[in-house]
Design a protein around this ligand. Structure first.
Ligand code: SF4
Length: 381
C-alpha cells in the first residue's frame, strides 16, 4: 500500500459522505448541471478554465443555442466560433474545441468517446477536462484537479510545498483519485436539492468531484475561507495546525512590466478601418484596430501618434477610451483614438468595414472593448 493510500484511506471514508451531503444541499443550479450530455459538459469545462462561473453562464447558454452539438461545432466557421468566444480570452481553447469536434466526427462517428485515452487524444483535452467528462457524463471514477480542488486538498492535507512542483502534483492527483474512488463504491445516486431539470440525481463520482470544486468556489476560497461553515472542518489539517491562511503555497509571481500602446479607429462615415491578426501568432484570426506600441508617458503617446500614419496628421483625432489588460506578465494600457479619415489609405491587410460587420467580427479582448465604445458613439449620434 502506498504512503498516500494509507494516509487517505480511512480519511476518505470520513470525508466522502460529508462532502456528498454538503454538495447535495448546496450545489448551485448551473446550466451545465441540468444535463448529462458529454458535449455540453465538455464545453462548460473548457470555458470554466481560468474563468469565473458567473462570466461563463451567458457564454455557455449562447454557445449551446448556436452550436448545440458536435456536428454543428464541427461545421461552424472558425470566425463564428471565435465570435462566440470573444471576451473569454485564451482563444486557442475555442480553436481546439472546433478541431476536436471535427476529430470526433472523423474518428468516432460523431459520438463523444467514452474511453479516457481517446478523450485525451483530442486536441485541447487534458487530464482535468477528460476526468470531468468521464466522471460527470459517464459515471467513471476519474479524478479532477483544478485550482479550486488544489486549494481544498492543499488545506485538507496541509500540503506545505508548492502545488506546481511535480511530486506535489502527483500526490494531489493521487489524493483526488482516492477520494473519487471511495465515492464510487456505491451505486446510490446523490440528489441535488437546488438543481432543477431532469438531472437532479447524479452519480457519486460526479458529485464528489463537483463537491470539491464547489467547496473551493464557495467556502474554501482563496481569501477569507469560511471554515466555520465548512462541512469537513473537523478533518482539516490546515485548520487544526493554524495554516489555513498560508496554504496553498503560492509560488512568487514574476514581476509584471507596464507597457502602453495606441490604437486608432479611422472612421469614414460609419465605416471603420480594421485588420485581422495573422494566423499562428498571438490572438491569430482575431480582429483589431491598427495599433502600435508607445514609449512610456504622455510624450510616448504623442510620439506614437505622430509616427502612426502620416495621413492622420491633418485629421481630427479624439480619444475614445483607455483599456487596460494583461498578457502573461505584461500589463498593457491601450489608448484608443478616433480619427476622421477622409484621406487615409488602408495599409496592407487593413479593410474598411461597415457598422454591422464591425459588430459581427471576433475581436481580441482589448480591441472588443474599443469596438464596443465606438459602437456606442455611433448609437449616440
Ligand atoms: Fe478549507 Fe477551512 Fe474547510 Fe479546511 S476547514 S477545507 S481550510 S474551508
Amino acid at each position: 500500500m502506498s504512503k498516500v493510500q494509507s494516509s487517505v484511506g480511512p480519511r476518505a471514508l470520513r470525508l466522502v459522505p460529508l462532502l456528498l451531503r454538503w454538495f447535495a444541499a448546496n450545489a448551485r443550479d448551473l446550466p451545465w448541471r441540468r444535463t448529462r450530455d458529454p458535449y455540453a459538459i465538455w464545453i462548460s469545462e473548457v470555458m470554466l478554465q481560468q474563468t469565473q462561473v458567473r462570466t461563463v453562464v451567458p457564454y455557455f447558454e449562447r454557445w449551446m443555442r448556436e452550436l448545440p452539438d458536435i456536428s454543428s461545432l464541427a461545421a461552424a466557421r472558425e470566425q463564428r466560433v471565435l465570435k462566440l468566444w470573444e471576451g473569454l480570452g485564451y482563444y486557442r481553447r475555442a480553436r481546439n474545441l472546433r478541431r476536436a469536434a471535427r476529430e470526433i466526427l472523423r474518428v468516432h462517428d460523431g459520438q463523444f468517446p467514452r474511453d479516457f485515452d481517446a478523450m485525451l487524444a483530442l486536441p485541447g483535452v487534458g487530464r482535468y477536462t477528460a476526468g470531468a467528462i468521464a466522471s460527470i457524463a459517464f459515471d467513471v471514477p476519474h479524478p479532477i484537479l483544478d485550482g479550486n480542488v488544489t486549494r481544498v486538498l492543499a488545506r485538507l492535507f496541509a500540503i506545505r510545498q508548492s502545488p506546481r512542483a511535480n511530486p506535489v502534483q502527483k500526490r494531489m492527483w493521487s489524493l483526488a483519485g482516492h477520494l473519487v474512488e471511495a465515492a464510487g463504491g456505491s451505486a446510490r445516486r446523490v440528489r441535488l436539492d437546488g438543481v432543477g431539470g431532469r438531472c437532479r440525481a447524479v452519480n457519486r463520482c460526479s458529485a464528489l468531484n463537483q463537491s470539491l470544486m464547489e467547496l473551493g468556489a464557495l467556502v474554501c476560497t482563496p481569501r477569507a475561507p469560511r471554515c466555520d461553515e465548512c462541512p469537513v472542518k473537523l478533518c482539516c489539517d490546515a485548520r487544526r495546525l493554524g495554516l489555513v491562511e498560508l496554504l496553498p503555497v503560492v509560488a512568487k509571481r514574476p514581476q509584471t512590466a507596464a507597457r502602453q500602446a495606441i490604437a486608432v479607429a479611422a472612421v469614414r462615415g460609419e465605416r471603420v478601418l480594421v485588420r485581422k491578426r495573422p494566423q499562428g501568432g498571438q490572438n491569430g484570426g482575431l480582429w483589431e484596430f491598427p495599433n502600435v506600441e508607445a514609449r512610456p508617458g504622455e510624450k510616448g503617446i504623442q510620439e506614437a501618434l505622430r509616427t502612426f500614419q502620416p495621413e492622420l496628421r491633418g485629421g481630427a483625432l479624439s480619444a475614445i477610451c483607455t483599456v487596460r489588460h494583461s498578457i502573461t506578465r505584461h500589463r498593457i494600457t491601450v489608448h484608443a483614438f478616433l480619427a476622421k479619415a477622409d484621406r487615409i489609405r488602408p495599409q496592407a491587410g487593413e479593410v474598411w468595414v461597415g457598422r454591422a460587420r464591425l459588430a459581427g467580427l471576433p475581436f481580441a479582448s482589448a480591441h472588443a472593448r474599443i469596438r464596443d465604445a465606438l459602437l456606442s458613439r455611433f448609437d449616440a449620434r
